[in-house]
Design a protein around this ligand. Structure first.
Ligand code: CMX
Length: 468
């Protein structure tokens, strides 16, 4: 699966960046390929593959669509192509065919760490290949080099009231970064559609690189003294994010971020943040506009904001039934949540039907680093009790915990206690998955999305006179 390590002729790069191309060729003549160089090779291959799939299988059916599906949030309708990951209901997510455990084992690690570097996961999501350590280090350096944000975006963040939710500030700032979109500028100057992806790639890399400065500034303003430390050019993405947040002295926290940013990155194409990015991007809105829209979806309590809600709900539970409750009182608390018409946050999933492996990966981390933490013990106690209650309740199709049931408790342990901030970290990670796909959407020439809708009156009319 590894790419060979010598550069070959790159017509696309030469066409779009003619002045820098000679330099790039010389620079990398004996070096491992960069992500963009490897992608330039893969794009024509993949275009050909898709052409053939459509030719051979284009007229075949992926399944039936029922009226219930149309009313039921389109659950189960197979109508999207998403290359980076596929979600199996029982097994959980695979990134380009690799399980979370395989990614933890195979992706390159920092010299001082055991968790995978999310830079490597990005490479995997985009290319389908496990990168070398050198390639990942080059990506870390590239992210650091592109990380500065314009001063007007800094001002914009600084002028937000601390009472504005961090996710709203995040989405606002990402929209403002659109000011420097390569893609939007290229479109205005009439770029050929065959070259869209090259500009998309540049925007995606810029956006991912700038997120630590955006996210860190929001955190420092809302919760600390507003002073933002500089990115270190020779450190990895997660270290730098931890540094901006103020936690890089704690090696375990940096490791947690590496794991966190890897596992929250992608969850196939139908979830709200992924599908929003794809949908908005399909109108040829640039990645900044598409991703800020996705962040607004991630900020919903049934999606990413559930990580904030889980911690709030557990703290409320502690207030109501104490620090070390019995299983019986926990069960009663869960029932009271359900009886008052609320969801149990962190449990259930639209596709998964077993414990989320992203939950299990975080549980492994907790068992290794904080086995005696009282909050972790409560999370474990809930894991033993909630599924039984949800099964008895009989509504939820999946009674098992999802990723959000665990993440907040780990952050609490390391002192990042401001739960309203947690979804911002989810958003930083989600950029890796959705922007990877957005590059491919433009490289493969996917059209504007426009599914067909019906009215209820029309549905009634269509099936008039038909038996049930
Ligand atoms: N607590 C209580 N009721 C729940 C439930 C939960 N954790 N999960 C599902 N249900 C209910 C639904 O609200 C629905 O009720 P109605 O029949 O009254 O409408 C019923 O069970 C059937 O729902 P489902 O088919 O099992 O689940 P959906 O696909 O509709 O929804 C999800 C999936 C995640 C929104 C839902 O399980 C939920 O609300 N969970 C709690 C919030 C949460 O943890 N979200 C994070 C998901 C992961 C992420 O995106 O970050």
């Amino acid at each position: 699966m590894r790419s060979s390590s010598f550069v070959i002729y790159k017509p696309a790069l030469k066409q779009v960046f003619p002045t820098s191309y000679v330099g790039i060729t010389r620079l990398y003549a004996s070096k491992p390929k960069t992500l963009k160089e490897r992608l330039s090779e893969l794009v024509p291959e993949k275009q050909e593959e898709i052409k053939n799939i459509k030719k051979e299988h284009g007229a075949k059916s992926l399944g039936n669509v029922t009226v219930d599906m149309a009313y039921g949030g389109m659950r189960g309708i197979k109508g999207l192509i998403w290359e980076g990951s596929v979600l199996d209901p029982d097994e959980g997510i695979r990134f380009r065919g690799y399980t979370i455990n395989e990614c933890r084992e195979l992706l390159p690690k920092a010299d001082d760490g055991e968790e995978p570097l999310p830079e490597g996961l990005l490479w995997l999501l985009i290319t389908g290949e496990i990168p070398s350590k050198e390639q990942v280090q080059a990506l870390s350096a590239e992210f650091a080099a592109r990380s500065a944000i314009p001063s007007f975006v800094e001002d914009l963040i600084d002028r937000c009231p601390n009472t504005l939710h961090p996710m709203s500030q995040f989405s606002l700032a990402v929209t403002a970064l659109q000011h420097d979109s390569n893609f939007a500028k290229a479109y205005q100057t009439g770029v050929n559609k065959n070259e869209y992806w090259l500009y998309l790639y540049e925007d995606a890399m810029d956006l991912i690189s700038k997120l630590p400065n955006v996210a860190g500034r929001i955190y420092r303003n809302v919760y600390k003294d507003g002073k933002v430390p500089p990115i270190e050019p020779d450190r990895d993405y997660s270290y730098n994010l931890a540094k901006i947040l103020g936690y890089s002295d704690n090696k375990e926290f940096v490791e947690l971020l590496r794991l966190y940013l890897t596992i929250h990155s992608d969850h196939e194409g139908g979830n709200v943040s992924a599908h929003t990015t794809r949908l908005v991007g399909s109108a040829l809105s640039d990645p900044f506009l598409a991703f800020s829209a996705a962040l607004n979806g991630l900020a919903g309590p049934l999606h990413g904001l559930a990580n904030q809600e889980v911690v709030r709900w557990i703290f409320h539970m502690k207030d109501v039934i104490g620090e070390s409750p019995s299983d019986e009182t926990v069960k009663e608390y869960v029932w009271n949540t359900l009886k008052s018409g609320k969801v149990v946050p962190g449990y259930g999933h639209a596709v998964l039907r077993k414990t989320d492996p992203r939950y299990t990966a975080q549980r492994d981390f907790a068992l290794k680093h904080l086995p005696n933490d009282p909050l972790f013990k409560l999370v474990s106690q809930l894991y033993n009790i909630v599924p039984g209650v949800l099964l008895e309740h009989g509504r939820t199709k999946n009674p098992w915990p999802n990723v959000d049931a665990h993440s907040g408790v780990l952050l609490q342990y390391y002192g990042l206690v401001e739960q309203n901030y947690y979804t911002v970290l989810f958003g930083v990670s989600r950029s890796l998955g959705v922007l990877s796909q957005l590059i491919w959407d433009r490289a493969l020439g996917f059209p504007i999305e426009r599914p067909k809708s019906y009215s209820s009156a029309l549905i009634r009319k269509m099936f008039e006179g038909q038996q049930q």
